[in-house]
Design a protein around this ligand. Structure first.
Ligand code: ADP
Length: 396
């Protein structure tokens, strides 16, 4: 069985093809089409880490990019047809939690949830529509990034605002990055050699967007993102948690709501503090003695520490702290900064292991010879793998 996983963005399509045979899921190739509808674009196609090509590529629309992707797949798969397509859909609202077979009604529902994720659900729906035309023989499945957080208990799901108002406008914590938090939780359970339903974990997804998730008995019971992905940790360009009165204050100063939206989503976080949002650049600026870069890193790591501390008060025991996402997986320095205050809470970092190269399935960076230490894991994110498994579960 051949499965195509699609993550459609506003100007990009990320894809990965898996082959499922004898209960084994194997990646075949993956790629990224960027700059759709723009004047400059690229197509990266990767068969293995060595067989990787990146070429300039222009397409006027998602439909054209999907048509070209179909032609490429036909060539690369020697004419074999895709059996199922799994789509990453950002928001499932209060309607969708599990992976769902897409029918015209489901697609309509996904579009109707656009008010909760205006930047994401419309393009996800567009990707689904294109894939339905290009891969009409294949079953289509939606996997929701909010789904894993369906298990949030009422006291972390609801905000302390007027209940009626919250009900009318569907205001609650939905949480995001759920597909990756779930994937790394499963990987952690394997590494811990323990059933997932017995695992208590704190997962830190630190990428451009960033979120923390508290997992009790394998289920999400708290997470830092909220109604939108703006909440929680300090991110590349998003502010995370700030005084809720700040946007109102800015509005009263005469700044338009669209501008405030842009300020908080695109001009804040690391970028707001030191003008750079790529952590590699921020770290190198800090090394050169740049004080605002140092401040940004101090803020970034101390906010994460506060979340970890808060989460530790909500569970009686923790099996592992997990680092994932571009920063979490690759920056030994940021991990060290975060963990520098956590020894009293039982997290002892092994500096040698912390500087080792990543392994695909994840590895420990804890001083496990220290009997008091909890496990600390670095687990490379792999949303596509979990999405492929969920797609097969529905379609095989
Ligand atoms: P996205 O949220 O867009 O999927 P990623 O998970 O790929 O993003 O994370 C992107 C972030 O990871 C960027 O800020 C980038 O600088 C950071 N990053 C990648 N490699 C490193 C590294 N070696 N050291 C520090 N940060 C890194």
């Amino acid at each position: 069985m051949l499965i195509l996983i699609i993550n459609a963005g506003s100007s990009s399509i990320k894809y990965k093809v898996f082959s499922y045979l004898l209960q084994q899921m194997s990646p075949v190739f993956s790629g990224l089409i960027e700059g759709i509808g723009e004047t400059q674009g690229h197509w990266t196609h990767e068969k293995t880490a060595i067989l990787k090509e990146k070429k300039p590529y222009l397409s006027q629309s998602h439909k054209q990019a999907f048509d070209d992707l179909k032609a490429r797949l036909i060539t690369d798969l020697d004419g074999q047809l895709i059996d199922a397509v799994g789509h990453r859909v950002v928001h499932g609202g209060t309607k969708f939690f599990q992976a769902t077979m897409i029918t015209p009604e489901v697609l309509l529902n996904i579009e109707q949830l656009s008010h909760l994720a205006p930047l994401h659900n419309p393009v996800n729906a567009q990707g689904i529509r294109c894939a339905m035309q290009c891969f009409s023989q294949a079953k289509q499945v939606a996997i929701f990034d909010t789904g894993f957080h369906n298990t949030l208990p009422d006291h972390t799901k609801y905000y302390p605002i007027n209940r009626q108002l919250a009900k009318t406008y569907q205001i609650q914590r939905y949480g995001f990055h759920g597909i990756n938090h779930e994937y790394v939780a499963k990987q952690a359970a394997q590494l811990l050699n323990k059933p997932l339903v017995e695992c208590n974990l704190i997962s830190l997804h630190l990428g451009n967007g960033a979120s923390a998730c508290l997992i009790k008995n394998g289920q999400s019971i708290d997470t830092s993102m909220g109604l939108t992905p703006l909440a929680g940790l300090m991110m590349g360009t998003r502010c995370g948690d700030i005084d809720a009165a700040i946007p109102l204050y800015l509005l009263k100063q005469g700044i338009a709501s669209d501008k405030i939206d842009e300020l908080l989503n695109k001009e804040s976080g690391l970028k707001g503090i030191c003008e750079e949002n790529d952590m590699r650049t921020v770290l190198s600026l800090q090394q050169q003695g740049n004080k605002t870069a140092a401040l940004a890193i101090k803020m970034y790591t101390s906010i994460i520490q506060k979340f970890i501390g808060g989460y530790l008060t909500q569970i009686s025991s923790v099996d592992a702290l997990i680092f994932t996402g571009g920063v979490g997986e690759n920056s030994a320095y940021i991990r060290e900064m975060i963990l520098s205050v956590l020894e009293p809470f039982g997290f002892y970092l092994d500096p040698l292991k912390n500087n080792q190269r990543n392994t695909e399935n994840g590895h420990s960076i804890a001083q496990l010879e220290n009997k008091n230490s909890h496990e600390i894991l670095v687990i490379p994110g792999n949303e596509e793998q979990l999405m492929a498994e969920k797609t097969v579960f529905l379609c095989a």
